[in-house]
Design a protein around this ligand. Structure first.
Ligand code: V47
Ligand code: SF4
Length: 390
């Protein structure tokens, strides 16, 4: 038995109820919603951290994944007005925002000609004039330019709006997007599924049931998707557990989720600026409990532009085994919400260093977690000198 876990089980100051949860985790048993609530309310950070790390190392050893990707944000004009969003502009104020043309987006793709990126992540506001046809054309054109590039794009919120406007069913719409070149869906738009809380923070967009239905339909078409949860605002622990429970249930059914990404609420420049941000201890507990609770999710991702580089590095000791990618974002989705990252981009050398400093093993992955390269024994000078590596 792992020494740290043995210490937990023999430590007299730890309540028996928590020790029973630790035993479940060690036996590979699923924890209940009540167990998760007890962890949130009563367990210390070292307690949940030890269990999460045990699970993480059983699943992945020291392997820590990143990918080489870039983002396209077609627009920040949005028909919705989520209270936590610092990024969007309503259509009437579109002169304050941006609306990229097809050609401008293809130019972004062209910037990566000859560069070994493996993924483009497309995400943006819900623009009333950018419709299904427009985005299918974009997908087809990107695939013509870079057939090797995995296109992970469009949240369930964007898709729901597009499909309703085009009067196609979820299944038809997804099939059309897939045929045009869409490979997988990112996890955005999930926010928090609880109806009452969702009504207070993002009342007018697709609800939790609709979000889950789109992801289930994508899984049934053989597409993988991610799942996020926006935490640390007006929700409580029960709402977080309810959210993760719905994801765990769908994952049991389809096994289509790649990774879970808790997103820390940032409070700058939005209508929820009076809500305090969660503390670092809360953030690390969130990752650890997600790792313990979501036993059917293989991967847990810390999204470094939102969390910050140092904290993303720390999360690698609290269950996280993936820190997203190079990103290379030229727009302002994260800095506008208060992230320290103004134009988030990390080179491969920086990502590898960050992972090695945490005494973990850096592995470049494709979107679907196929391993591309192990950087354990590749020196920084070699990475920096080789354009194929950096
Ligand atoms: O759904 C918006 C979040 C999400 C704020 O799947 C905010 O690999 C914190 O989902 N504070 C979009 N978060 C981004 C997203 C994502 C990002 C990276 C990787 C993947 C993936 C998905 O951003 C939104 C919302 O939950 N968000 N405003 C804010 N103030
Ligand atoms: Fe629009 Fe997304 Fe911002 Fe909500 S979070 S207002 S859907 S861009």
């Amino acid at each position: 038995m792992n020494n740290q876990v043995l210490e937990i089980l023999t430590n007299h100051s730890i309540p028996d109820k928590l020790k029973i949860i630790a035993e479940k985790v060690m036996d590979g048993e699923r924890i209940s919603d009540d167990d998760a609530l007890l962890l949130f309310e009563k367990a210390s950070l070292p307690f949940v951290g030890t269990l999460a790390n045990l699970i993480r190392e059983n699943l992945h050893g020291h392997k820590t994944y990143f990918n080489r990707n870039f983002h396209i944000e077609p627009t920040n004009v949005c028909v919705f007005s989520c209270n936590f969003c610092s990024y969007s502009r309503i259509y009437a104020h579109r002169d304050e925002g941006w609306e990229l043309s097809l050609q401008q987006m293809l130019d972004i793709v062209h910037n990566y000609d000859g560069k070994p990126v493996t993924e483009v992540h497309i995400v943006g506001g819900v623009h009333p004039k950018m419709n299904l046809e427009f985005f299918m054309e974009l997908l087809r054109k990107i695939k013509q330019l870079r057939p090797d590039l995995h296109i992970k794009g469009f949240t369930a919120v964007e898709l729901d709006y597009m499909f309703r406007k085009a009067k196609v069913s979820i299944q038809e719409g997804l099939k059309m997007m897939k045929d045009a070149g869409l490979d997988s869906l990112p996890g955005g738009g999930a926010e928090i599924f609880d109806h009452n809380i969702r009504q207070q923070i993002s009342a007018d967009k697709v609800d939790g049931v609709g979000w889950l239905a789109i992801h289930e339909a994508a899984h049934n078409l053989g597409m993988h998707t991610n799942a996020t949860m926006l935490y640390g605002h007006i929700e409580n622990y029960t709402h977080r557990i309810d959210h993760m429970s719905k994801l765990r249930t769908l994952q049991d059914k389809t096994n289509g989720f790649n990774t879970f990404i808790p997103l820390k609420f940032r409070n700058a420049n939005n209508d929820m600026s009076d809500v305090k941000e969660s503390t670092l201890v809360e953030d690390m507990k969130m990752y650890a409990i997600a790792r313990i609770y979501l036993d059917n999710f293989t991967h847990l991702k810390a999204y470094w532009p939102m969390l910050g580089r140092d904290n993303a590095q720390l999360s690698l000791s609290f269950g996280v085994n993936d820190i997203d990618g190079t990103i290379d974002d030229t727009t302002k989705i994260y800095s506008m919400a208060g992230s320290e990252e103004q134009t988030p981009a990390m080179t491969t050398a920086q990502l590898v260093t960050l992972i090695k400093q945490a005494r973990r093993q850096p592995i470049e992955r494709g979107t679907l977690y196929n391993e591309i390269r192990d950087y354990s024994d590749i020196g920084l000078e070699e990475i920096e000198a080789n354009p194929l590596l950096n």
